[in-house]
Each structure stands twice: as structure tokens, then as C-alpha cells.
Design a protein around this ligand. Structure first.
Ligand code: 1GP
Length: 250
């Protein structure tokens, strides 16, 4: 996507028409060529943007190479979804500049962010401020981020975290069940958070079917993220299309 485009505005305009689907690609799990072909297929299936990130095995070299390859293979916006400052690639269009609100470690609340701030400032990466909130089961994101996942059957803690994120001025709130979760964030929890905030609501983790994607947008998600479904698919375009279709159809 052209460098001068305001991605926040672009997403906002698209969202005014329909919810959005984002594909998460993890350079810690897949090599550069595989990432490129996954991005190509996801673009053909109609995804709206590519997120690049992961919890383990990331280096700047791997993230840079992945971003460049995605840009080679697609015209989609590329947004970094970083865990650590050292993996902040300046080749992307934007960065979810995020705080893991239920982490018990300063490093994931503000430390990595302080470390990467000068790079982000210099880079031309568009910062998209985000409150990252991990819900049970949480998976590697919770383990690596030193977060006790919030309960999935009691919406109140998640609502309070989301409200705090919005009061901080964060424009995006991400409810994360963790990559590979056996169940996604429950629709009742999504709906409770939706009712409490006006910020753009992102939901991901454990969404692998069109029904699950439809349930997330039906409950109020603006953006739905899937990752594992692409990594595991034998025919990415065919398997991703119904999920994206369910998101776009709402
Ligand atoms: C993880 O929410 C994302 O950060 C995606 O999760 O891999 O389970 O789709 P899945």
C-alpha cells in the first residue's frame, strides 16, 4: 500500500461498510517464502490486511524479510503486531503500538514500548495505539507476556480493562484468546466489551470456522484476526474464504 495512506482512516472507512478480516503471519513459525505464499493466498481469499508478529523465535532480520516478501506478493497493508522492541521492522506500514494491560511485568506494559519508541518515531511507521487484553486460555501470548488470562465466563474484568484502555486514549482494543486456543473469546464477553467502549474492537485467537467468525462480528467485533487456520490449511484460499466471507457479510 502507498506510504502516504493513513491506515487508521483506511481501516475506519472500510469498517463503515463492513467488519474486517486480518490475517496474522508469524515469522517465528514460518520461513520467509512460506510467509509470502500464505500472504498471497490470504489476499486472494479477500483478507483486508496482514498482521506480522508472534510470541517466540522472532528476530529483526526475520521480521524484515517477512514484511518485504509480503509486500512483494500482495498490495495489502502490513501492520506489525510486536512482542518485543528488537523485532520492530521499519519496512511495515503501521504498528499496533500496544500495551498488554493484564501483564504483571513492566516490560510488556511499557518497557518494550519505551525501548522501541525512538525507532517508531523515526521510521514513518504509523502508530495504532492498542490495548492488548488476554482472555483464557491465553496460550503462548499469556505465558510469554506474563499475563494471568482474564476469565472467559465473567465479562466484568475484560470490560474494566477495555474501559481503562479507552480512557488511556487507545484507539484499538484487542481481545485475545491466544493463538491456537481451543475456543475463541465467548460472544457474550465480546458483546459486553462492545457495549462499554467506542474504540475499534479486535478479536482473535481460536477462530477457525465461519461460524466462529460470524459469532465474533455478530457480538460486535470490528476486526477479526485469524492465524492458525492459514498455517494449517492445505488449500489456504479455499479454507479462508468462508471465514472472510462470514466477516464481510455481517
Ligand atoms: C493470535 O489472535 C491471533 O494473536 C490468532 O489466533 O492463530 O488461533 O487464529 P489463531
Amino acid at each position: 500500500m502507498p506510504a502516504h495512506v493513513d491506515l487508521h482512516n483506511h481501516l475506519r472507512k472500510l469498517r463503515a461498510e463492513r467488519p474486517l478480516h486480518l490475517t496474522l503471519l508469524d515469522p517465528g513459525k514460518s520461513d520467509t517464502t512460506t510467509i509470502g505464499s500464505m500472504a498471497h493466498s490470504a489476499a486472494q481469499a479477500g483478507t483486508d490486511a496482514i498482521l506480522v508478529g508472534g510470541s517466540t523465535g522472532l528476530s529483526l532480520e526475520r521480521v524484515d524479510a517477512a514484511v518485504l516478501e509480503i509486500k512483494e506478493q500482495t498490495h495489502l497493508p502490513v501492520i506489525l503486531f510486536p512482542t518485543v522492541a528488537l523485532a520492530v521492522s521499519t519496512k511495515a506500514d503501521a504498528i499496533f503500538f500496544m500495551s498488554l494491560l493484564n501483564s504483571s511485568e513492566r516490560r510488556f506494559l511499557v518497557g518494550e514500548q519505551i525501548e522501541s519508541a525512538a525507532t517508531v518515531h523515526r521510521s514513518g511507521l504509523q502508530p495504532l495505539s492498542m490495548a492488548y487484553i488476554i482472555i483464557e486460555p491465553g496460550m503462548a501470548a499469556a505465558r510469554v507476556g506474563k499475563a494471568t488470562p482474564l476469565p472467559r465466563n465473567d465479562p466484568q474484568p475484560a470490560v474494566a480493562h477495555a474501559m481503562a484502555g479507552e480512557l488511556f486514549g487507545m484507539r484499538y482494543i484487542y481481545l485475545e484468546a491466544g493463538s491456537g486456543a481451543n475456543a475463541p473469546v465467548p460472544p457474550t464477553l465480546i458483546a459486553a466489551v462492545r457495549d462499554a467502549i467506542r474504540a475499534t474492537l479486535i478479536v482473535g485467537g481460536g477462530i477457525r470456522t465461519a461460524d466462529a467468525a460470524a459469532a465474533a462480528v455478530g457480538a460486535g467485533a470490528d476486526l477479526v484476526v485469524t492465524g492458525t487456520v492459514v498455517e494449517r490449511a492445505s488449500m489456504i484460499k479455499e479454507e479462508l474464504q468462508p471465514i472472510i466471507g462470514a466477516v464481510h457479510a455481517y
